[in-house]
Design a protein around this ligand. Sequence first.
Ligand code: IPE
Ligand code: IPE
Ligand code: MG
Length: 265
Amino acid sequence: MRVTAQANLRDLAAHGIDPARLPEHVAIIMDGNGRWAQRRGLNRLYGHRRGKTSVRAIVQLSRKLGIRYLSLYAFSTENWGRPTDEVSGLMRLLKHYLTTELERMMKDRVRLMVIGNPRKLPKDVQQALRHSVEQTRHNDGLTVILALSYSAREEIASAMRAIARRVKRGDLEPEDIGEDTIAQSLGTAGIPDPDLLIRTSGEVRLSNFLLWQVAYTEIYITETLWPDFRERDFLEALREFQSRERRFGGVPEAPADQGRLRAAH
Ligand code: IPE
Ligand code: IPE
Ligand code: MG
């Protein structure tokens, strides 16, 4: 049976998902577009184009489920090193996505944010991005965080530069620099760390994505290539997330019975 977004909402329990324990922030490394196309003897750009449909599906479902933040790794700093026709094709797709989705984002109250270094993007893409971010800034539904021309190490370096400037101005004492000072100087300032990180296409690495923020994130890797990743796959990731025990360095929770036994002694 094909799982539709509408059916998912009604049938979360049937999928073994507790609507009360959904992650607040899901981050996705959307990988495998090139392989999807190559396996069909197509140009890699067909994979990127088809990947856009997956983005649309996952944004819609996240919104319907009431997930607050969805971070999407769309283009890394390192991706600039790809052949120029792939890079320019990706930029065209991005601009097309932004222009065609804006109306829907407004209707769905989706807020768009960007992390990374958009100044490196072509001028028309920068303009489309600025417009979408500006138009959607007061929307109070799902926040979609697009990582574009993004490098986590560069994000941390940039935070360090900002902090150093504050120290130099005399606004901050080095002793007062804590984890929070750093977190609030990153592109993701004010956004809770991801609870769940999904990577498609089977690679088991972070590829310079949100290195600071994923300290205690649950990681889910699937062999499914991003252009094939749809509602059913997202729900499976959520189900797996809910089966994990997050300890944050603590000890496993004692089952209720054991707790009672201990109390009785
Ligand atoms: C992810 O798919 C999209 C981007 C990095 C822009 P890839 O293009 O990396 O696809 P594979 O990994 O080569 O299959
Ligand atoms: C990570 O995928 C970047 C994005 C998904 C945008 P890559 O395909 O660039 O990563 P590597 O090269 O496999 O590490
Ligand atoms: Mg890849």
